[in-house]
Design a protein around this ligand. Structure first.
Ligand SMILES: Cc1cc2nc3c(=O)[nH]c(=O)nc-3n(C[C@H](O)[C@H](O)[C@H](O)COP(=O)(O)O)c2cc1C
Length: 459
């Protein structure tokens, strides 16, 4: 079959001498497309350069221009008779205009969005904010309100009393009236103490959930103010406070060395972990707390797995089938009974493990397999090390410990070992590795892990 093509008719040759006109017309038709075609590369490059410049300008602007923030507090700041600086969000007796210094806003702990309640009651309501009696502020609906009920019903279910004047001649009828009061209010010292008590409690809850923080909760000055206020009142000469009515107990941690070869790095790394935890002022060890009076006090001990002399698993029974309350006497081998007795002494564990071929050493898995109920329900932390921090070993160990029903905490520091090495029988910690760990925030992670364990023990 022949193919037909639609050829454009070829213009007749200009034979009548007005070829100029014909040429001019042709140029006009081809002008813009022709220009675009001839300069396509130049136009594309120019366009890309313009877009790139706009991007650079946008990035610089977003870094340097501080976003405008509005205030959350809508009450007119006023000093309180009790020196209560927290309720209005202002320090001391100074009366601030409603400006930056008095601002309260909802700071996120997860995402970076901030919420504001504007500058007036009307604005606050329009933005979905409501007065929170515990904070003494208008809070955005995204801000947590833990313990507001406990605060508002502290007095045998009754709200606190608030007055327009120090002489208490004019009482406000409810919290709504307090929130809408544009001037100062007067209230009791008890209200102030309970406010401090529950705001500190709210701070803890919000932190543990990773929830949003309002600027009063996040304000160190306010936290200091509240703890000082409570401390001052606790220093009062009240004989009731000196009655022996408190008992405490000591939690024990076992920090675990898990490789068994000779020579090995494990005792050196475990000692480093121990030293960091022990020296941390936040972790309630002997260093920072009195074991006789602090119920959260913990004792750290190091157990070396290689001195347990455990052979490869040689029990005929399955540990999980033994009586949960007292499995120890039911093991057939003396080394298992001894191992069971060791582990039962401790309330929580930190496993310090190297990475062997993308997992934990067989010696550690073996020691874990020997027992079951001795591990169940106890909090566990993991510290791994290896040329890249031993993350794969930590991951495997988390799975094994979870199978043993242990409560493994989230933070698991991984120590990259680059310079520390085995030389003869002596294993020294290389300063450069220690500096690298410090730079990478390992001591902070240790603290988090330690405190997560302490919190687990408190549950
Ligand atoms: C059998 C074996 C396997 C290893 N596999 C790994 C590995 O998978 N990843 C890694 O980073 N390091 C690995 N290493 C290096 C160790 O993490 C490093 O030697 C460490 O010091 C071992 O701990 P230890 O001295 O307490 O036994 C391995 C070492 C051994 C002995």
């Amino acid at each position: 079959m022949p193919l037909s093509r639609n050829y454009e008719p070829v213009p007749k040759a200009d034979t009548d001498g007005d070829s100029d006109v014909t040429l001019t017309n042709r140029q006009t038709r081809r002008g813009v497309p022709g220009f675009l075609k001839r300069n396509l590369a130049a136009i594309t490059i120019t366009g890309l350069l313009v877009v790139l410049m706009m991007l650079v300008v946008a990035v610089i602007t977003s870094i340097t221009v501080e976003p405008f923030r509005q205030i959350l507090v809508v009450k007119t700041p006023a000093p309180l008779a009790t020196g209560h600086t927290g309720h209005t969000g202002h320090a001391g007796d100074a009366v601030y205009p409603i400006e930056l210094e008095g601002q309260r806003q909802c700071l996120p702990t997860k995402s970076r969005t901030t919420y504001s309640c504007g500058n007036s009651t009307t604005e606050a309501e329009e933005r979905g904010c409501a007065y929170d009696p515990l904070a003494g502020c208008w809070l955005h609906k995204e801000c947590p309100r833990d313990f507001t009920h406990e605060f508002a019903t502290f007095n045998n279910g009754q709200p606190f009393a608030y007055y327009y004047d120090e002489a208490m001649t004019q009482q406000m009828k409810d919290y709504d009236e307090v929130g809408r009061n544009p001037d100062r209010y007067w209230t009791s010292i008890r209200e102030h103490l309970v406010h401090c008590l529950y705001l500190l409690r709210r701070g803890h809850e919000v932190h543990m959930r990773g929830d949003r923080l309002d600027t009063m909760l996040g304000d160190l000055e306010h936290v200091d103010h509240c703890t000082n206020m409570l401390a001052d009142w606790l220093r009062r000469d009240d004989p009731v406070l000196d009655h022996v009515g408190t008992s405490g107990f000591t939690h024990c941690f076992m920090s675990f060395t898990s490789s068994t070869r000779r020579p090995r790095l494990n005792p050196t790394i475990t000692q480093y972990v121990y030293d960091v935890l022990f020296a941390d002022p936040i972790i309630p060890t002997n260093h920072s707390t009195n074991p006789d009076t602090d119920p959260r006090h913990i004792t750290l001990e190091i157990i070396d797995l290689s001195s347990q002399n455990l052979p490869l698993y040689d029990e005929s029974i399955i540990p999980a089938s033994l009586p949960a309350a007292d499995p120890t006497p039911h093991y057939s081998k003396a080394h298992t009974r001894a191992w069971s007795a060791v582990v039962r002494q401790y309330d929580a564990f930190i496993f310090v493990t190297p990475q062997y071929n993308w997992s934990i050493p067989a010696s550690l898995k073996n020691a874990l397999d020997y027992l079951f109920f001795e591990w169940v329900g106890k909090p566990a932390g993991i510290v791994s090390y290896g040329s890249r921090g031993g993350g794969k070993a930590a991951e495997h160990l988390r799975g094994v410990l979870t199978g043993l029903r242990m409560r493994v905490v989230g933070t698991a520091p991984g120590l990259s070992v680059k310079f520390t090495g085995v030389s003869g029988e002596k294993v020294e910690l290389d300063e450069r590795d220690v500096a690298g760990w410090t730079g990478a925030g390992i001591p902070g992670m240790m603290r988090n892990m330690g405190m997560e364990l302490v919190c687990e023990l408190d549950k």
